[in-house]
Write a protein that binds this ligand. Sequence first.
Ligand code: IMP
Ligand code: MG
Length: 188
Amino acid sequence: MEKDLKKFSQRLARQQFVKYLDSDEIETLTASLGHTISQEFEGQELILVGVLKGSAIFTADLCRHIKNVRLTIDFVQPQSMGRSDKSQGTILFNKDLSVDVRGKNVLIVEEIIDSGRALDALQQRIRMADPKSLKIMSLFDKPYRRTTDIQPDYLGKKIEDHFLVGHGLDLEEFGRNIEDIYYLKYPQ
Ligand code: IMP
Ligand code: MG
């Protein structure tokens, strides 16, 4: 962690990062979610749609816990145009689906849900492609500032209203490779 912190801008001091979840806890949550999916989709086809960039690491870990499912994997990258705390901003897709999901079971794999805007747009996008079923999984949920009615069908853990860094979650693009998860404590 010390070395990783050097990548952040200097205004973020060491004491502003507080350990929140260690990698063992994250692995336990991921294994449990993978087991649930293995049971629910046993013997069926399923397309995992990971939401870049945050969920790249979670999707990679999750897919290795899914057994006896005919699994394929795709990624999308939504981008919020305009200020992310404003509900009226448009969501564009930097990367769209690259497989045909018509008539298929689709599971969106997200790392964390906050306002739910990105997922709301993604859900609408995928519904237009007429899948057989569409479910949402998220490793973490912060339901406090939701501006949509998005709810995960499968959830790892509801968390407090913190800004998290590590395990795919970034602060100004850095920190995705940190194994544990920290939250950012703003100076008083
Ligand atoms: P939403 O559209 O507001 O739900 O935005 C969700 C996206 O914002 C997530 O997929 C993350 O990419 C990013 N995000 C939300 N909360 C955090 C956080 O605590 N740390 C890092 N990224 C976050
Ligand atoms: Mg994300």
